[in-house]
Design a protein. Sequence first.
Length: 258
Amino acid sequence: MSETSTLNHPVVPRDKWLAERKTLLAQEKELTRLRDQIARERRALPWVHVEKNYVFDTPEGKRSLAELFEGRRQLMVQHFMFGPGWEQGCPSCSFMADHTDGMKIHLEHRDITFVAVSRATLPEIERFRQRMGWQFKWVSSNGNDFNYDFHVSFTPEERAKGDVPYNYTLQHFPADEAPGISLFYKDSTGQVFHTYSTYGRGVEVMIGTYNMLDLAPKGRDEQDVFYKMEWMRHHDRYESQAVFTPAPEADSCCGKKA
């Protein structure tokens, strides 16, 4: 983490600080209005009928995509990077998931069911979920094409070509699994529609900690490297004292199996 001091940052009288704060406030309000506008345009996007019958392994047995809604009209899916045979889930996806249990009850009262989906087998998922102490629903797509169809898992053939279909373009991605968030709607006849997906930095919407860090004097305080979340640890793998220590070779979910 970087060092911050008054030697490299301006210090001004309160009245000058207030003037500059008001200038920034105008920009913040503009950003808020733009965010509201984009949210309206997001809701206005056309939908795609999900015709494939995806069946997932869940703690309650086999469940279809439609059954994952659990009686609600909307389904929110975290595409969690956790492949079959991995020792543990991606640290960054775990960081996202750490924010889930607290919001789950509130999402449900807005007609949204939340579920995490990974290609790891259900026993692998359950072992890691119990270790992390999470309560949210987490299911396995190990026996279907769900991850591949939503471009968060890549086949050996895709990887062999060098670029894979991720975040609505062909690009290099250094792992077999990738993060994302997808939304679905189920109508009164039981038909399921894909309404929205976001990838890359779009998944930061789940990370409330980042929003708080962005308010702090040092911000996110991340290194200027490809994998900026190299500081990230599973919440049970931090040192007891809140002091940063680099991970060996930064075992990132975007590079190694973490």
